[in-house]
Ligand binder design. Structure first.
Ligand SMILES: C[S@@+](CC[C@H](N)C(=O)[O-])C[C@H]1O[C@@H](n2cnc3c(N)ncnc32)[C@H](O)[C@@H]1O
Length: 228
């Protein structure tokens, strides 16, 4: 017999559907509506740190990718609970880290961990970040509509020497769900002067049928190839 539906999961899904539906009635661009949706999710951040596949992806960034690059400062866009930055800090205690997100509850939660990491509420589509050795995104660009993602990629490319982006790519540039976009991240950053260093299926997949994640590592055109 199939398992009975989990009442907590059903309630969470219903809450998200309501937030989505009410957000559709607001004025603004598609990107503003997507941002509004994410900013109002009440509890997404509470499950984010325990997910074993997500932890595998964070560990991969911290232990396999960053040691190959020349990085002493890193900005994470869409940091949510700060899981990635906590794992990066443990592996690279001297690295300067900052995480931004539009969700106030997630930022409050990330700050409550007491890490030596700066966490701040900010909408990446209204870019005010300075210079960073590396900018990291993980399943964030794939929730940002095309025009805004193109503009954000340009801003990231002007701010960073390296980009690490783990995002949805199922082989076609298309919308796959509510505020969910499959996109060739390698082509996206190439358009903004970046050279592709790695482009492969990511570790820590959670749903290869519906949300295949690809990992992109790119370097600004003037950054030498093998920095380490
Ligand atoms: C699927 S979650 C991924 C969270 C985290 N990167 C991880 O790996 O667990 C997407 C995150 O991006 C944030 N986000 C969405 N749009 C954003 C925007 N315009 N600016 C900043 N953060 C945004 C959401 O609030 C959410 O925390």
């Amino acid at each position: 017999m199939p398992d009975a539906p989990n009442p907590h999961a059903l309630r969470a899904r219903a809450r998200r559907a309501l937030i989505f539906a009410t957000g559709r009635l607001r004025r603004g661009t598609e990107a503003d509506k997507a941002t509004d949706y994410w900013s109002r999710l009440p509890d997404y951040h509470l499950s984010n740190d325990q997910d074993p596949q997500a932890i595998e992806r964070s560990e991969w960034v911290a232990k396999e990718v960053l040691p190959t690059l020349d990085v002493s400062s890193l900005l994470e866009v869409g940091t949510n609970s700060g899981r990635n930055l906590g794992i990066i800090k443990a592996a690279h205690p001297r690295m300067r880290l900052r995480g931004i997100d539009v969700n106030p509850r997630a930022i409050e939660f990330a700050r409550s961990k007491g890490l030596d990491v700066e966490f701040e509420m900010a909408d990446a589509n209204r870019w005010e970040e300075g210079s960073w050795d590396c900018v990291l995104t993980m399943s964030v660009l794939d929730h940002i509509p095309n025009d805004a993602a193109e503009q954000l990629a340009g801003n990231i490319a002007r701010s960073a020497k390296y980009v690490i982006a783990v995002e949805l790519w199922d082989g076609a540039d298309r919308t796959t769900g509510a505020y969910k976009y499959s996109r060739d991240t390698s082509a996206l950053f190439s358009r903004h002067g970046f050279r592709t260093v790695r482009w492969a299926q990511a570790p820590g997949q959670y749903d290869t049928d519906r949300s295949l994640l690809w990992a992109y590592v790119g370097a600004r055109g003037d950054v030498p190839s093998a920095s380490r």
